[in-house]
Design a protein around this ligand. Structure first.
Ligand code: ZN
Length: 395
């Protein structure tokens, strides 16, 4: 390990660098010039639900965003290996998460969490490891570190770690600094897209003593995607499409970061699916098109669509569901569009806004409480507001 330290221009007692070794294996302390492996770490899991909203737990939202992010990276950068610390609802100890990242020789470690706070607190923030600059940052690290209290033998695994004073018991070895700039750079990019694409309030890039980040030997961030204790934000985060928007934001940050490290200018062919505060839905995704012959149930093939119409989106799914599925029988004009591997199912072809709203409440009452209005022009998705502007005279 000392040879590596000299390479980095730093000579310090190796004992400080315990984070860079695990199971006797020594990990490089020099950041790589290529992103080959990314480890995605959905916070909490199993007996550790994380923080609670009124409807969802942190562990489930974190997992949903993580899986979507991993899928985006796998789809667009097949040369990058994506490793998940968990893909299901299981409990993992914090040091195991870091160990997975170290053993995978990851070039980037992304922990995804949700925040908890006063009812009015809202917005996204991204952390790198470091000394907290405010009590609020310390409180977030303390809460996230408390997961170890659910572990069987935490005093042994964390060598006398004090949950109440994380930074007092963390040695901020210089080796972390070789990764700090990169962690901060990636964190800033996440924040940029959370704000720009996902419409999240930007709480900024921060630092605090997160145990899960301490033992990692690569650039690493912990994302607090939003507050489950804020009703509006919980509603946003529990929606599968919005989770996709959050994942896409992180994915865009990842793309920029990868370009920065590798000196490339790759622009992936993704649909930038932004949060639209007005309609609480996305702007027109360019490839989100209904194919009149392919994406429609047979019983609707004879229907000629008007140029502009409303429909009710009742389901989105990462896997294809047959249009002939028995659950869809009671719905009319069922079609689907695809977007970044997500199938979005709609029902109805309606040109009258009042009728469209009635259809929406009917669909909601038949088992799809989250169903919402969407609109199409020439079978391409437009916003509901655009459709209203066009159809205004025909109401
Ligand atoms: Zn958490």
């Amino acid at each position: 390990v000392c040879a590596a330290l000299i390479l980095a221009g730093i000579l310090l007692p190796c004992g400080l660098f315990s984070g860079a070794t695990q199971n006797g294996k020594v990990y490089s302390i020099l950041p790589a010039d290529k992103i080959r492996t990314v480890v995605i770490d959905p916070g909490h899991g199993g007996k550790d639900p994380g923080c609670n909203g009124s409807f969802v737990n942190e562990k489930n939202v974190a997992l949903a965003i993580s899986l979507k992010l991993g899928r985006l990276i796998e789809d667009h950068f097949p040369e990058v290996r994506v490793v998940y610390t968990r893909k299901t609802d299981i409990f993992l100890e914090l040091y195991q998460r870091a160990q997975i990242a170290n053993e995978a020789d990851a070039d980037l470690f992304i922990c995804i969490h949700c925040n908890s706070g006063a009812p009015e607190a809202h917005g996204s923030e991204t952390y790198a490891l470091g000394l907290h600059k405010s009590e609020a940052n310390l409180a977030v690290a303390k809460r996230e570190n408390e997961s170890i209290l659910l572990e069987n033998d935490y005093s042994k695994n964390y060598e006398g770690f004090d949950v109440n004073s994380p930074e007092g018991s963390i040695i901020f070895s210089l080796y972390q600094n070789t990764f700090l700039n990169r962690s901060l750079s990636f964190a800033a990019k996440c924040q940029k897209y959370f704000s720009q694409d996902a419409g999240r309030h930007n709480r900024g890039v921060k630092q605090a003593g997160f145990l899960v980040l301490v033992k990692t030997a690569m650039p690493a961030v912990l994302i607090e995607s939003g507050f489950l204790t804020n009703h509006k934000e919980e509603k946003f985060l529990m929606n599968s499409e919005n989770q996709m928007i959050m994942a896409t934001s992180i994915f865009r940050a990842f793309t920029d970061y990868k370009n920065e490290i590798e000196g490339t200018h790759v622009v992936p062919d993704i649909i930038i699916n932004r949060w639209n505060p007005e309609e609480y839905q996305t702007v027109k995704p360019t490839q989100d098109i209904i194919d009149s012959t392919k994406n429609r149930r047979k019983d609707t093939l004879s229907v000629k669509e008007p140029e502009v119409y409303f429909a009710v989106q009742f389901l989105s799914s990462p896997s294809f569901i047959s249009l002939d599925h028995p659950d869809f029988k009671k719905l009319i004009d069922v079609r689907y569009t695809t977007f970044s591997g997500i199938y979005r199912y709609t029902t109805g072809i309606v040109t009258n806004f009042e009728m469209a709203k009635k259809l929406q409440s009917k669909v909601r009452s038949t088992g799809y409480p989250d169903a919402f209005l969407v609109a199409f022009r020439n079978n391409s998705r437009i916003t509901v507001k655009e459709a209203l502007d066009i159809l205004g005279g025909n109401q």
